[in-house]
Ligand binder design. Structure first.
Ligand code: AMP
Length: 114
């Protein structure tokens, strides 16, 4: 499945709604529909990269931008500590094959993750 055909592709195309918290020319950030913490935001690139495993050196600037946006969103949400997660691949827990960063915070976190 092309990642433009995922649910996140549909969100980017405005075909289904999201609770947007940040947007720019390169990415969109919106609240996770099934939050795992008081703050749970997803940051996705507009370019449909299916998973981190398929990113290339051409994406270096974009990947850096996504991390900076994750930090910006966390600050915007009032977080001083948070966790940024990228699941790459089914066994890692990835369910939507459009690259995304989870920004999770607002409660104490355990380690290691399950
Ligand atoms: P992952 O398991 O890393 O692929 O994360 C996918 C995330 O997308 C999960 O946390 C889901 O709750 C979230 N999700 C799925 N559909 C939607 C949606 N329509 N709006 C917001 N978040 C979604």
């Amino acid at each position: 499945m092309a990642s433009s055909d995922t649910i996140f592709g549909r969100i980017l195309r405005g075909e289904i709604p999201c609770q947007e918290v940040y947007a720019d020319d390169h990415c969109l950030a919106f609240r996770d529909v099934n939050p795992q913490a008081p703050v749970h935001v997803l940051v996705i690139p507009r370019e449909p990269i299916p998973q981190l495993a398929e990113a290339t050196s051409d994406h270096q600037a974009l990947l850096g931008h996504l991390l900076l946006v994750a930090a910006r969103v966390a600050r915007q949400e009032g977080l001083e500590s948070w966790r940024t997660v990228i699941n790459s691949g089914t066994e890692a827990g990835q369910t939507v094959f459009h690259l995304h960063l989870h920004v999770i915070g607002g409660r104490p976190m355990a380690w290691p993750p399950g």
